[in-house]
Design a protein around this ligand. Structure first.
Ligand SMILES: Nc1ncnc2c1ncn2[C@@H]1O[C@H](COP(=O)(O)OP(=O)(O)OP(=O)(O)O)[C@@H](O)[C@H]1O
Ligand SMILES: [Mg+2]
Length: 493
């Protein structure tokens, strides 16, 4: 049945069943040992008592039994019967006393008078009972308990046999006494104890099932909560958090989960922001194109120079669209290509010099002095095209955000196992509050001015991503109005 399967496969029931199993095994072992110890203790007590009885009877009848006088001998039969009654009165257990002669033949049987037909009188017991010979030959034989089945009953009963030799000063061992007594009292006590233990065990087991079921609720509650929250999260509710409680492991699990869902939420927010930023950036040039085109359509002039001017504007807006889309594609490509980064030895100094050559014209246009200093050749492992893009982006910024007549310095050197490209400028600098966001996508300090210079705010985030992919780091130090320094650190080969 699937219902039962799911019920008992739940963690909660597994805990309950485990407890129950432990309890059942524990109780079984305890109950068996308690019964065994108690039984042995009670039987040993009886053995001691009956040994004394047997010795006492043997001693009392010793002289009469040795006398050989028929009158005296006849009296022993009555004595035995009296002894039997006396013991019965004390012990409340039916007791049979036998007196055997030195050949093992029964001379007296206390049951002879009470129950004639069962009598063992004149039977030789030495043949059937090895103890008889042992006792008669002077060895001491321990009392012994046996389960026997009486002729008129199906249930076996526990019987104790006790032996004592009849000693005579002159004749030595002249016979023996055997007392057999039922241990039904002990059996009954043991059965009562067994029944009580059984009842207690069942009561305790039920109590354990109930308490462990309730207690397991506390254990499994955090799991249930977590499951509910995960389900909600997977349905798109990323703001879900679990309550941190329960055992240390559950608290750690909860903390890990909350951390993960916070990351997920941030990621989701970043993605939404990215999409909305990207759309916004694309909308600006598109709106400009729309306005320019509509003006052209509604103009009744036919001066080719004016047309030309409008078309030029449209053309540059299209260029801008192109740049943004290319940057976006680069970012997306970097995200997806992360695992399969090209790793070849790159001569960093050469790469930097080549890049600077390409940017020289930009610097000259703004009368910016560009200087380069470098150590000996430094080799890093990586993708030369991507690394060139990093240096180009940073140096391009330095030129872009430095007023005419300024200075841009590029240094390449080795520092504690890293190759460092340091790009310093004497430009406008970056306000301290903006420094933490400088590598965010679409981030620009001064939106209006950057847009005028054609920036999309993606250059640094692309550079940052590429450097991280190479196992490196990119840092910035800047002071508003004085200039900025960018450090690109790449691990040496
Ligand atoms: N050297 C610098 N001096 C001053 N401000 C800088 C410097 N480099 C970057 N910035 C600031 O950081 C912002 C982000 O730079 P980033 O290169 O990402 O974008 P961008 O230059 O505006 O556009 P593009 O995507 O074309 O590079 C810039 O808009 C600028 O405000
Ligand atoms: Mg830039």
């Amino acid at each position: 049945m699937p219902i039962n399967k799911t019920l008992f496969s739940s963690f909660r029931w597994q805990i309950v069943l485990t407890y129950l199993l432990i309890i059942v095994v524990g109780f079984t072992i305890t109950n068996i040992s308690v019964l065994d110890i108690l039984g042995t203790y009670m039987i040993n007590g009886k053995k001691e008592t009956y040994r004394l009885y047997a010795n006492w009877i043997a001693q009392v009848i010793s002289y009469d039994y040795a006398s050989g006088d028929p009158d005296i001998l006849a009296g022993i039969g009555y004595d035995i019967q009296d002894f039997g009654e006396e013991i019965f009165n004390k012990e409340r257990e039916s007791t049979r006393i036998l007196v055997l002669n030195k050949n093992g033949v029964v001379d007296y049987d206390s049951y002879n008078i009470i129950r004639g037909p069962d009598s063992l009188l004149k039977q030789n017991l030495a043949k059937d009972f090895p103890e008889v010979n042992l006792v008669l030959s002077g060895e001491s034989v321990e009392p012994r308990e046996l389960y026997i089945k009486p002729q008129n009953s199906n249930e076996s009963m526990l019987v104790l046999y006790t032996y004592a030799p009849i000693q005579h000063e002159r004749y030595g061992i002249i016979g023996m006494v055997i007392i057999s007594t039922s241990l039904s009292g002990i059996e009954q006590t043991l059965n009562e104890v067994k029944a009580k233990l059984g009842t207690y065990s069942i009561v305790v087991a039920i109590a354990i099932i109930i308490t462990s079921y309730l207690a397991s609720g506390f254990i499994t509650r955090p799991i249930k909560e977590l499951t509910d929250v995960i389900r909600k999260t997977s349905q798109g509710h990323l703001d879900q958090r679990v309550k941190i409680r329960g055992s240390r492991e559950f608290r750690q699990l909860g903390e890990a989960f909350n951390m993960m869902s916070e990351k997920l939420e941030n990621l989701d927010r970043a993605r939404n922001e990215f999409v909305s930023n990207a759309s916004h950036e694309l909308k600006t040039p598109l709106s400009a194109i729309k306005v320019l085109t509509e003006s052209l359509l509604h103009m009744e002039l036919d001066d080719p120079l004016v047309y030309n001017e409008f078309l030029n504007d449209i053309n540059s807006e299209i260029d801008r669209l192109n740049t943004i889309i290319n940057d976006l594609l680069t970012l997306v490509k970097i995200d997806t290509e992360e695992e399969q980064l090209v790793r070849e030895p790159v001569e960093l100094v050469k790469l930097v010099n080549d890049t600077l050559k390409g940017l020289q014209i930009l610097a000259q246009q703004k009368h910016i002095t560009m200087e380069a200093y470098h150590d000996d050749e430094l080799i890093v492992l990586g993708d030369p095209v991507k690394l060139q893009q990093v240096i180009s982006n940073i140096v391009d910024n330095a030129i872009k955000y430095t007023p005419d007549g300024g200075r841009v310095t590029v240094e390449v050197y080795e520092y504690s196992g890293n190759a460092v490209v340091k790009v310093s400028d004497t430009g406008i600098g970056i306000p301290a509050k903006d420094l933490p966001h400088i590598f965010d996508r679409f981030f620009r300090v001064d939106k209006a001015r950057s847009r005028a210079t054609g920036g999309t705010g993606l250059g640094l985030s692309i550079a940052h991503k590429i450097v991280l992919m190479h196992g490196g780091n990119i840092r910035v130090a800047s002071e508003e109005g004085k200039g900025s320094i960018f450090y690109i650190e790449l691990p040496l080969k």
